[in-house]
Design a protein around this ligand. Structure first.
Ligand SMILES: NC(=O)c1ccc[n+]([C@@H]2O[C@H](COP(=O)([O-])OP(=O)(O)OC[C@H]3O[C@@H](n4cnc5c(N)ncnc54)[C@H](OP(=O)(O)O)[C@@H]3O)[C@@H](O)[C@H]2O)c1
Length: 350
């Protein structure tokens, strides 16, 4: 089969390689029809965990062509994410990908592979942050307010929809041009992240009651601003998508938590050890995988029904191209911040 591999700094090659074999936890082989891009696919071209020879790609949508699972059978249409970019063995930017049936999503009959490919890493990351790793108690009485910083990121758009379904009140930050989009996905208050008074406005709107914030950007300044938005009087958690700087100073009431979505696969995570102050144990990952399966277990996890019923909408697609050969320019655009408020999708088979 053909796959897209890193060949040097910001360069790639389409190479022939063996079809994946089903081993370890991977029990389905998927012929890939469409893939969507994520920032780690892009920054791996010049930094960790990317190395020449690694196969790129995380999100996939396609058809099952081999199955050792009793849950998913030949011909089923599935989507999701795999743990790509850090080895030659795994990566969705390829004709075939090996995946875990317990962590895939059935594609609703009416949905295209193109749209389904966006139900990948950003959705899994939002589920992990809100439900697997956080103390967020979903509150049907709408008394709890959470902050989503960077709500027009792909992660943020899914976090918004999930939190909205959970019944919490949401204060969100985004650029002014995406304010309507963010409101339409369930935010109760929307503020411009570039406004110099943004922290003051969040605190006023929420009466200083934010005890959980999800920073979907993860830069030093966005973590800091998210922390500043949390309550001064109550203990709070700021969950972030990138590791916080070691010298980050926060206030006494706030705890900053980073998690890496790849831990839900309960596979060897040594390649990511540099991201964590202490290694995640296999027991912790096994537990997380079990909990993640309640969301992503083909048609038995809650996500399938929510997508089928239109309660979770796939992220907007901002560009579609065809073929492994045309992926690199869009990864480079993503690195420059030129992909905004949506997904770039590549069709690999028609
Ligand atoms: N921890 C993990 O396992 C994990 C998994 C997946 C992704 N990530 C990380 O999560 C981050 C988001 O990923 P993604 O795929 O959701 O990104 P994305 O969709 O590519 O994000 C693009 C958006 O970022 C927004 N943005 C840029 N600077 C911002 C700022 N200072 N404040 C608020 N919003 C800002 C922009 O919003 P506007 O257009 O409104 O300006 C832009 O539309 C990335 O850093 C990625 O590496 C981590």
């Amino acid at each position: 089969m053909k796959g897209l591999f890193i060949s040097g700094e910001r360069s790639v090659e389409v190479k022939s390689t063996d079809k994946p074999i089903l081993d370890g936890r991977n029990d389905i082989l998927v012929e890939v029809y469409a893939v969507a891009q994520n920032p780690p696919d892009s920054f791996s071209l010049h930094s960790n965990p990317g190395k020449p020879g690694n196969r790129l790609g995380s999100d996939y949508a396609g058809v099952v062509v081999e199955s050792k699972s009793t849950l998913v059978k030949l011909g089923d249409r599935v989507c999701g994410m795999v743990s790509g970019n850090h080895s030659a063995r795994q990566g969705s930017f390829a004709q075939y990908v090996a995946a875990q049936a317990e962590l895939c999503i059935k594609i609703p009959d009416e949905m295209s592979f193109e749209k389904a490919s966006t139900l990948g890493m950003s959705l899994y990351t939002a589920v992990q942050a809100l439900f697997l790793k956080s103390p967020l108690a979903l509150d049907p009485n709408h008394t709890q307010t959470i902050l989503i910083w960077g709500a027009s990121t792909s992660v943020g758009m899914y976090a918004l929809q999930l939190a909205h379904l959970g019944g919490v009140r949401i204060v969100a930050t985004t650029s002014a041009k995406n304010a309507d989009l963010v409101s339409s996905l369930g935010a109760n208050f929307v503020f411009d992240y570039a406004d110099k008074d943004v922290v003051k406005k969040v605190k006023e709107a929420t009466e200083d009651s934010v005890t959980f914030a999800f920073d979907c950007v993860g830069m030093a300044d966005t973590i800091k601003l998210s922390v500043e938005c949390t309550s001064d009087s109550q203990p709070s958690t700021v969950h972030t998508v990138l590791p916080p700087p070691k010298d980050l100073k926060t206030k006494d009431t706030a705890q900053v938590v980073f998690s890496l979505v790849h831990s839900i696969f309960a596979e060897n995570l040594e390649w990511a050890a540099y991201l964590f102050p202490r290694p995640i144990t296999i027991e912790e990952m096994e537990q997380e995988r079990k909990e993640a399966a309640t969301f992503f277990k083909y048609d038995q996890g809650s996500i399938y029904e929510l997508v089928l019923d239109g309660m979770i909408k796939p992220t907007p697609i901002v560009h579609t191209s065809k073929g492994l050969e045309n992926i690199l320019p869009w990864l480079l655009k993503m690195e420059k911040g030129e992909v905004r408020a949506g997904k770039v999708v590549h069709l690999l088979k028609e």
